[in-house]
Design a binder for this molecule. Structure first.
Ligand code: 6PG
Length: 245
């Protein structure tokens, strides 16, 4: 698998959700066929909600082979409305008729630094690397879902954050501009993935998306520009409202 970049524009947010499900289902089928499991890291925020609901309704998806992780989390209890885990539980996990092989949430309720380290250790244990891909011993996810904020953040990698410079750790504690403590994948883990799907929906993101796609890379300003796979498929899936410009 070489390094590929694809930008797909869906007419509406609903179309985006359907296309995302097609991409995720194809990645799952390929991964399960080759490696028996589909190791996916879910994104948080609001854009994925419709996608997760559609995935749960897919009669052909065998979730027994899914190992589910998260690419970031708010430091809040799993029952909090802030929790990315809770969002995925409500829209996907609670609606599955067969339980996934593994659901491994980030412990948002704990000490952020300890929780980040514990999650990193678990990811290193559970997600195999593939040195032949040029990603060394870094765990290589089959698919990592990401969103993009209006400020160009992705996962919980925010503009100007020290986490943007992290090259050793795979999961770290960060702080959102609001002051909210977060847990997040770092670039080394994201960029080692086989496939990353960046989901961008809504007119409020059009200006940021245009800047991100046309201006020279400056991840410190637009962290999503730091998503650059070592060897794999990066797909930007945007709706017309976000990608209109
Ligand atoms: C989070 C997400 C974050 C999100 C973007 C886009 O924890 O909020 O991981 O990176 O993907 O902020 O959020 P929306 O999908 O709500 O626009």
């Amino acid at each position: 698998m070489e390094k590929k970049l694809l930008v797909r524009v869906a007419p509406t947010a609903d179309d985006l959700a359907h296309v995302a499900c097609e991409i995720i289902a194809a990645a799952a089928t390929a991964s399960i066929g080759r490696r028996r499991f589909f190791r996916i890291a879910l994104a948080g925020g609001s854009t994925p909600r419709a996608i997760y609901r559609l995935l749960a309704d897919d009669p052909y998806m065998d979730f027994r082979h899914w190992q589910i992780f998260w690419s970031d989390e708010r430091c809040a209890p799993p029952t909090s409305p802030e929790s990315n885990y809770r969002m995925a539980k409500e829209t996907l996990l609670d609606r599955l008729t067969t339980p996934p092989a593994l659901v491994f949430r980030m412990a948002g309720e704990g000490d952020p630094d300890a929780a980040a380290l514990a999650y990193e250790r678990a990811v290193r244990e559970l997600v195999p690397p593939n040195p032949a891909a040029g990603t060394g011993e870094t765990p290589r996810f089959d698919l990592i879902l990401l969103g993009m904020g209006v400020d160009g953040h992705t996962a919980s990698l925010f503009p100007g954050s020290p986490a943007l410079a992290e090259q050793e750790r795979l999961v770290v504690a960060t702080t959102a501009p609001t002051g909210q403590p977060r847990l997040t994948f770092t670039y080394p883990l994201i960029n080692a993935a086989r496939r990353v799907l960046i989901l961008v929906s809504g007119a409020e993101k059009a200006a940021t998306l245009r800047a991100v796609r046309t201006q020279p890379p400056d991840p410190n300003r637009y962290p999503v520009q730091g998503v650059n796979l070592v060897r794999g498929n990066l797909t930007w899936l945007v709706d017309a409202a976000a990608g209109g410009e």
